[in-house]
Design a protein around this ligand. Sequence first.
Ligand code: ZN
Length: 288
Amino acid sequence: MREVWGIGKRMWKKDWRRRIWLYDTLIWTVMGYGAEVWGWKERVEVESIHERYIRWIFGLNWRTPGYMVRDEVEREKMRGRASKRAWKFEKKLEEGNGGGIARKCLEEMKERWKRGKIIGKWEQERKSYLEELGVRVEEEEELEVENLESREKAKQKQERMEKIVESKYNRWYKCIRKDGIPGYLKKNWEEERWSRVARFRLGNEIREGLHWEKKENRRCRICEREEETWEHIWEECTRWKKWDGEGWQDVVENLLGEGGEGEEWMKAIEESRQEGGRRGEVMDKRTV
Ligand SMILES: [Zn+2]
């Protein structure tokens, strides 16, 4: 995978979409092998490789929750694609375009299932999967692949949103997310720019979400005294003229806006952090 990543990084400086495309064409073709059979269940390893790859593209740290990363760049879990493959395979067998033995198995399985008997892991996975999507046994035969797809999509969105709303790692995300690809990712920016905005929006650049860490590891990297929260940064460590006088919650929402509105400010924060202690002294004098 590292090689694939390297190719994408060298070839497409600006284009994150192409890098994702590389995943779909090179990695998913390998990972998705056999999805006709295993596709009825979400596979943790498959999802985690996908999420790791997206984190890589955007320069996000490994702590960034997968559901948030997927939400930001509008990616579905791979289980959606896998189940589609399994479904299509089944249809193909029913239509008689496949091995005779496999078709026979499928027919027998369906018979058993109608009588309420479940045998084997595969059948169990298939049953649970469809049940969780709210597909009734009577509906199954008629279920179109588009219907399966849209049910899966809706379910994933619901799962994501529940987690986003409850996220302690990044409690801002629920206010700044939107459906669809956010504006800053459509601007044909260089990697440095979209990656910066992504890191801030997804909570990588603020320590307030690291609730499991010791206090000294959550300290503000500008003044090195208080806990690094948005409130602290805005109220005590730095100001930006453009938004002077506004409440800090509104400022944070603007700063993290989907169009990349806060980019300059993010840069300024990064610079003050690099300047470290020396800058801290200056800040102290100013706030006193
Ligand atoms: Zn500070």
